[in-house]
Design a protein around this ligand. Structure first.
Ligand SMILES: O=C(CO)[C@H](O)[C@H](O)COP(=O)(O)O
Length: 222
């Protein structure tokens, strides 16, 4: 079985009747949403809060009842993928461009569960370019201020035009050699005017599920 699928489907075991569930974005979280759709079709009563327009579309197709962000103050379980994760549960997210909504939803979750394949589990963050969401206004200046933190930011493009997030912002993908101190970097990035949010998720994940080649998915708990 595909290892993203193995991790994504495993997480459904944590979801119980009556829960409000944060529905993640990306090709691993996809499998979690698909499995939840199956459970809903079999009678489970949950409500989903999607982290992106694409996930909302998928959830609606699957018949998962949707709650708007404005309708919730707490989420029982947020499920999402990651681009990198370390043994101390720090993450880089935002490869799919949904990092702002993902972080908002994870921040109000009683439990945040991350689903990855083994290639994402790394010793140190920063091989994957760190996505940083910035406002369009004066983006060149914001990007240059971001670069002063020791990276090379590249404006994300899609079909040869700048990629636009669900929140109508840009993303710069920031190439670091490595990120030695994710906590300070997270704070430094967010203190730049024009930065909306960055893809460093520190002290947020409670469980990491890794789809392993041989045997069942591995579950790490913080
Ligand atoms: O943060 C994300 C989207 O913004 C995704 O969770 C991350 O990019 C991982 O995606 P995938 O499971 O497709 O590898």
């Amino acid at each position: 079985m595909d290892l993203k699928r193995k991790a994504g489907e495993k997480v459904a075991e944590y979801v119980e009747d009556g829960m409000i569930v944060g529905l993640g974005t990306g090709s691993t979280a996809y499998w979690a949403t698909m499995k939840l759709g199956e459970l809903v079709a079999n009678g489970m009563k949950i409500k989903g809060v999607p982290t992106s327009k694409s996930t909302e579309e998928l959830a609606r197709k699957l018949g998962i009842p949707i709650l708007e962000m404005s309708e919730v103050t707490q989420i029982d379980i947020a499920i999402d993928g990651a681009d990198e994760a370390t043994a101390d549960f720090s993450l880089i997210k935002g490869g799919g461009g949904a990092l702002l909504r993902e972080k908002m939803i994870a921040s109000i979750a009683k439990q945040f569960i991350v689903v990855i394949d083994p290639s994402k589990f790394v010793k140190r963050l920063g091989q994957f370019p760190l996505p940083v969401e910035i406002v369009k206004f004066g983006w060149e200046l914001t990007s240059s201020q971001v670069s002063s933190l020791g990276c090379k930011p590249v404006l994300r493009q899609e079909d040869q035009v700048p990629f636009i997030t669900d929140n109508e912002n840009y993303i710069v993908d920031c190439y670091f050699d490595s990120i030695m101190d994710p906590t300070s970097m997270r704070t430094a990035l967010n203190s730049i005017p024009g930065v909306v949010e960055n893809g460093l998720f520190v002290d947020m994940a409670d469980v990491i599920i890794i789809g392993r080649e041989n045997g069942p998915a591995e579950v790490l708990s913080d």
